[in-house]
Design a protein around this ligand. Structure first.
Ligand code: CTP
Ligand code: MG
Length: 555
């Protein structure tokens, strides 16, 4: 597929394109390779956004002659990159070298006539390709190799983990299998760009930006697509234009509060996506939530989308997490494993409720890594001290300043293995005083809880908010129990790892089995009551801790 993919590339951009591909499929975009200069979050966002604006989405017949398809499209200008995937039929993502090619393609595209039904003539960048003389072409049609957009099945993951060479290898394998691919990332930015076209009909000059796990480097294949409708660009533009003695303002309608404005904007955009948005289905307007949103399924890409506005701080948290993910290659491997572990044991859920969220788990891993000796990650306060004037950022009165150039942060001298870190993560949180302490990545140390929620994790920027306010005592207890049991299994395993030929789950594979509790009981003749079992477990962990000189400074 590769030579064909290059066939119609524009000559000047081939090497740039290759470089970009290497970077995004590998580590440079997230910066885990120490020698490569690490890209800033804003650079990645801007490059991807610009790329998406030159890209179109095409629903294709199931069989197609790829070469002729590309030749047909290249009449509108050279193509830089393309791939196919399945979501309610075969789709192609085609990136042109120039934006003008998209307009040229739109100009020769017609609005379908559907017999008794009528089409709403919305001219988007989402097309439908039909074969003209399908009979003549049948012999040339072939099945297309599709790029995979979903995470591996539990069975496949389990096999891969069992064949790994070490626990560290297992964690890295899991990361490799679950992380967003270059294609999936392109599709996420393209989807935002398509939604932006709809929103721009009301708000010219707006931007729809992905945030959350789609961009913070902790996204798993299949994760939702969080979008932020950014109307500030419009505000900024007008601010720059004012000069002299006069000040021009737009005539606007006023509403009682920022929240009402947000609700009204999302309400019309939701309506618009529902009525006219090609590929959008199941639009729900959830406007009374703390952070009002429009939730919909973008069937064309297969993403579940959450669109918010007036949510700039969340974009800043995404940038912060991206930085943490890029600072040390162990961070992402650990976060992915903890997220998968939590999912495997139903600690997290795709349904909102009293469960721990992936965002909270990520914060817990970051906090844990700040507590190592020497620390693997710096505190947010330290990142603030490295900031220069340009990094200064105040949003709605909250100080969101931190250094944004990753290359200015010294790598950690800590050389602990992933195996040790994962085991210690479970021990650390299995023993954490959740009843009195709060997790705080700004200071990198426990604080007294300011309120009585079972789990308190301070929002790094809106410091009066608890990001895990929704978590119930019983869900927290389940987390603690599973963490203890996992730490114990790890400890037991260290002694007698099964031989590779035995096909027995070991290391991370054993921890991801549907129920750690079952696992524990399998290796015990008689099941003890939970409290006693946990007490014994802690004792056993403590004694193993004294044999092991790498204690955390947090305990
Ligand atoms: N967010 C927040 N406070 C919360 C929940 C979410 O600030 N209580 C912000 C975070 O920046 C988070 C983003 O909203 O990354 C998106 O939230 P969510 O989709 O719940 O989390 P993700 O990090 O995207 O993880 P997932 O893969 O589960 O979607
Ligand atoms: Mg998300």
């Amino acid at each position: 597929q590769r030579p064909l993919r290059r066939l119609l590339s524009c000559p000047g951009t081939v090497t740039a394109d290759l470089r970009r591909e290497e970077q995004s499929s590998g580590s440079a975009e997230t910066g885990s390779e120490d020698r490569t200069p690490k890209k800033r979050f804003s650079e990645v966002q801007n490059e991807r956004r610009e790329q998406a604006q030159r890209t179109v989405l095409i629903h294709c017949p199931n069989k197609i002659n790829e070469k002729k398809f590309l030749k047909f499209l290249s009449q509108h200008g050279p193509i830089n990159n393309h791939f196919f995937y399945e979501s309610f039929g075969l789709h192609a993502v085609v990136e042109f070298c120039q934006k003008e090619s998209v307009t040229s393609l739109q100009n020769i595209t017609r609005t379908p006539s559907l017999g008794p039904e009528a089409a709403i003539p919305f001219k988007s960048r989402y097309f439908n390709l039909k074969l003209r003389n399908s009979l003549n072409q049948t012999s040339e049609l072939s099945s297309i190799q599709c790029s995979n957009q979903s995470s591996p099945s539990s069975k496949k993951l389990y096999q891969l983990l069992c064949c790994a060479e070490s626990v560290d290898d297992q964690l890295n394998t899991l990361l490799r299998e679950f992380q967003l691919t270059d294609e999936n990332t392109r599709l996420r930015y393209l989807t935002c760009s398509l939604i932006e076209d709809v929103a721009a009909a009301y708000f010219p000059g707006c931007a729809v930006r992905p945030f959350g796990s789609s961009v913070n480097s902790f996204g798993k294949l299949g994760c939702d697509l969080d979008m932020f409708l950014d109307l500030d660009e419009i505000g900024k533009f007008t601010a720059q234009k004012t000069s002299g003695n006069f000040l021009m303002e737009f005539q606007v309608k006023n509403v009682p509060s920022e929240r009402v404005a947000t609700q009204k904007i999302l309400s019309v955009i939701g309506e618009c996506l529902d009525q006219f948005g090609p590929g959008c289905a199941g639009v729900q307007r959830i406007l009374n939530a703390r952070c009002p949103l429009v939730r919909f399924s973008h069937q064309a890409s297969g993403f579940q989308c959450d669109l918010t506005t007036n949510n700039r701080i969340a974009l800043k948290s995404s940038e912060l997490l991206y930085m943490y993910g890029a600072l040390d290659s162990r961070v992402r491997a650990l976060v992915f494993s903890v997220r998968c572990w939590a999912r495997a044991h139903s600690l997290t859920s795709s349904i909102p409720g009293a469960w721990i969220t992936n965002f909270s788990l990520t914060m817990m891993v970051i906090f844990f890594l700040q507590r190592r000796s020497p620390p693997i990650l710096p505190t947010l306060d330290y990142l603030k001290t490295l900031a220069d004037a340009e990094d200064k950022c105040i949003i709605e009165g909250h100080n969101c300043t931190f250094v944004r150039d990753l290359n200015r942060i010294k790598p950690s001298g800590n050389t602990e293995t992933l195996e040790l870190l994962l085991k210690e993560f479970f021990e650390y949180f299995g023993n954490f005083a959740f009843n009195k302490n709060s997790i705080n990545i700004r200071q990198g140390r426990e604080q007294n809880k300011p309120e009585s929620s079972p789990l308190h994790i301070q929002n790094p920027f809106e410091t009066s908010l608890n990001i895990s306010k929704n978590v119930s005592q019983s869900q927290l207890q389940k987390f603690v129990d599973l963490a203890r049991e996992s730490a114990w299994i790890f400890h037991q395993e260290g002694k007698d790892r099964p031989s590779p030929s035995s096909n027995q789950p070991w290391g991370l594979a054993a921890l991801l089995l549907p129920s750690v509790a079952n696992n524990v009981s399998l290796s015990k003749k008689k099941k003890k009551p939970p409290s006693e079992r946990i007490k014994n477990l802690l004792d056993s962990i403590k004694s193993s801790g004294s044999e092991n000189s790498t204690a955390t400074n947090g305990r």
